[in-house]
Design a protein around this ligand. Sequence first.
Ligand code: SF4
Length: 631
Amino acid sequence: MSASAESAGQSPSHTRQQERSASAEVIAASAGESASAGVVAASAGESASAGVVAASAGESASAGVVAASAGESASAGVVAASAGESASAVTTGPIIGSRKVYLDTPSGLRVPRRRVLLTDGAHLDVYDTSGPYTHDEPDIDLHRGLPALRAGWSAERDADAASTNAVQTQLGLARAGVITKEMEFIAVREGVSADLVRDEVARGRAVIPANRCHPESEPMIIGKQFLVKINANIGNSAVSSSIADEVDKMVWATRWGADTVMDLSTGRRIHETREWILRNSPVPIGTVPIYQALEKVGGDPTKLSWEAYRDTVIEQAEQGVDYMTVHAGVLLRYVPLTARRVTGIVSRGGSIMAAWCLAHHQESFLYTHFDELCEIFQRYDITFSLGDGLRPGSIADANDEAQFAELRTLGELTHRARAFDVQVMIEGPGHVPMHKIAENVRLEEELCGEAPFYTLGPLATDIAPAYDHITSAIGAAMIAQAGTAMLCYVTPKEHLGLPNRDDVKTGVITYKIAAHSADLAKGHPHAQERDDALSKARFEFRWVDQFNLSLDPDTARSFHDETLPAEPAKTAHFCSMCGPKFCSMKITQDVRRYAEEHGMTSPDAIEAGMRAKSDEFAQRGGQVYLPVVGP
Ligand code: SF4
């Protein structure tokens, strides 16, 4: 088995190609080695849960799920990394009831959409993050990676930059008035004008995370004028999961709507895990480089140095990481502000940097070398995600002085990065009660020049471990309505353990609900189309359309079929919740039909019906309780 690129001592400037082949070897070897982990997961835990969904949804043939070894989804469902390598299976094929279509941009770019096909002959196109994995007949080879969609674009960008003297980042070009191909793609994807995209990027209110070395990604935008985005965290730890599991989670998360994925791996083979994820990811990938830098110095924060960190950033930049969390706002003088907190410093990156600052009694090297970092980010067009290392980890610590002191420093760093034409977003909390949420957005916008806010939840209460996807989605919906541009999902395993595949899906769907609710509240021009289509299908008892228009068709269908599995129930004018006699929607339809047949309006019909019932009541003697009549 080959050593990893990093442990083989390759220079941080080695090429992406070299890294790829190195890591390809590693995964080939590690697939065998981790076969037990992967296969066990697939054939026992994972397929048990996902397989049940597939089976109950009757979906194994069309959409497929899970692992080859589960023996399901024979036609489309699974793609393994190589023949016989079932450990590296990922889910492929369209989501049930829909298929991939493409819209053309003015210059011929093809923008993916997911077309939900309805039983009344209509269709609805929805935003799609799933990449080529959801084609009818996907041509996926995990070793080869996805097609390099943006391969020629950066060369053209360079030409644009040369003609305008602009710095060749999306921000630099936007400021120079250039509409890049990424912006053109995004405009069609969001259903807005390309000028709006360019203007929002130019003023720093939106970012396009798109490293030049990640050509496989489909351009997307994060900004308050656009659809609220969600991020899914994946990544193995020292004690759990394998590379194959993490690649599968990335594909799985984007299938259900994750707009970006953060690889937070901290265990062995960080480099290889990231390489496999990047080459196969249709969405931007974010990382926290300090995690890998810490691995390189044996896990001792006090041994970290600017040089070790810088080399790690360059290594990840070369691989194609699109945005990086940098906890440069954790300053030495802020650390004592956390002393009286209930939960101290809960951010991993924040606690690492606080430990370094205290051990050396020096200012953070992330802060003192920030301009050098900007130069690196500019070269690759990486977006800063300025980390909230001092975010509150409990309701008691929300909106305290430590949190807002760091936010002020993040504001200063935002302006420094923008001077280099480097894009910036700001990370936010955490744990915040509902009445303190809006204040976070107001301050962030004021201090950080309206840079896109990217928040983790926040959890609106601390009392529900195992349900923190819900406690946090409440805060997430509120903070998104107030202006947050991207929400980092929380899974049911938050605070308890590493999320598995099912947790990833639950987290993604939960956060799609929060994000979409905010889109509706903010009046995004197209947001309500899907709600209207689903409501209409519901009222017309088009059950299959109702399932297929939902965020999670498989679960919607399986819940319905739990009590009414027969096929005729898919057109029945009731469900098992109220039953046929008390179905209020059927009664409303009856009223409307009665009105139509008698040339009345619905209120007239209701009045006439009420009068008839009233007469009937009087004729029966006006008794509230009638004697029971035997059969
Ligand atoms: S039975 Fe009740 S829940 Fe079911 S469709 Fe009718 S009104 Fe809705």
